[in-house]
Design a protein around this ligand. Structure first.
Ligand SMILES: Nc1nc2c(ncn2[C@@H]2O[C@H](COP(=O)(O)OP(=O)(O)O)[C@@H](O)[C@H]2O)c(=O)[nH]1
Ligand SMILES: [Mg+2]
Length: 274
């Protein structure tokens, strides 16, 4: 077992509930299956973060899917201040039964919630959002465990300020591509050319449609090299000798995808995965 996993098992013992943060563009690829195991006996919630980069329709499908397997889920954009209230509402609702139970039994202890997820999914941004403004002023007090700070979310609910981090697990080539394209792993880990080729030839049809629109392509054939060359031609990306600058084109394709230049994009929907 890795040290990170052992540490996470240890952390899990000290909380009552966990909020797992996934990247809304790749809910399946950004989920480390170890979380299911580590938090099997805890109350679990899923936050599909970066919803501003994903499509609302697809978020609904994912939320319904998670609900069907008994996990509360919500989509948010943690960089949007307005989504704080939405997240608080969600947490309160998700923990309402437990809150009610504690009250009935006269238990005065706060429900401890932890944020967990793979790197770059937005855990720190979510914690900062929750710690911001009013709640930070009125609710923050030092935690009891190892100097950890806690953030009061609502009456009876606190959030730990230290997120639980586990690296993604590569279960397929496609997953590695998805993770690189959304910034969960460094894109340099994979070849730029392979990444761009994957996008133009193996991404879902809806993504290819965006590529056609963005680069004014009539058709996208099965040969990724031909597509990338066509895009280079449209953009006038030439090398000194007059050849097409395919590396520059591949890099542009990836950067534009990452930055959401093509519009909202979801690389995985529940039907494609399950
Ligand atoms: N577009 C967008 N970017 C976000 C959102 N939440 C976080 N980010 C960005 O994603 C990157 C990683 O966020 P961070 O909170 O550091 O992730 P962590 O590694 O899980 O703690 C940062 O550049 C954030 O600004 C979001 O909802 N939308
Ligand atoms: Mg962080």
């Amino acid at each position: 077992m890795t040290k990170a996993k052992r540490q996470m098992i240890d952390n899990a013992k000290r909380v009552d509930a966990v909020m797992e943060v996934l990247d809304a563009r790749i809910p399946h690829s950004s989920k480390n299956p170890d979380f299911d195991e580590i938090f099997a006996h805890k109350k679990r919630m899923i936050v599909l973060n970066k919803a501003d980069l994903a499509g609302a329709g697809m978020m609904k499908a994912w939320i319904e899917y998670y609900q069907s397997i008994g996990i509360d889920a919500i989509d948010i954009c943690a960089t949007r201040k307005n989504d704080k209230a939405k997240l608080i509402q969600f947490i309160k609702k998700s923990l309402s039964e437990r809150l009610e139970r504690n009250k009935k039994r006269g238990i005065n202890k706060d429900i401890k919630l932890m944020v967990a997820g793979i790197p770059n999914s937005g855990k720190s941004t979510i914690i900062n959002l929750m710690a911001s403004q009013a709640s930070a002023k009125t609710g923050n007090k030092p935690g009891v465990t190892r100097g950890q700070q806690i953030i009061r979310v609502a009456e009876g609910i606190v959030l730990l300020d230290t997120p639980g981090v586990l690296w993604p697990k590569f279960q397929s080539e496609r997953q590695a591509m998805n993770l690189a394209l959304t910034g969960a792993i460094k894109e340099q880990v994979l070849d730029i050319w392979e990444l761009a080729s994957f996008l133009v030839s193996e991404s879902p049809e809806r993504i290819k449609e965006q590529i056609k629109q963005r680069y004014n392509l009539e058709e996208i054939g099965s040969d990724p090299a031909a597509t990338i060359q066509e895009i280079a031609k449209k953009r006038g990306f030439l090398l000194k000798g007059g050849e097409y600058d395919l590396d520059r084109t591949a890099q542009m394709i990836i950067t534009e995808f990452k930055n959401g230049v093509w519009g909202k994009a979801v690389l995985e929907n529940p039907e494609e995965i399950l």
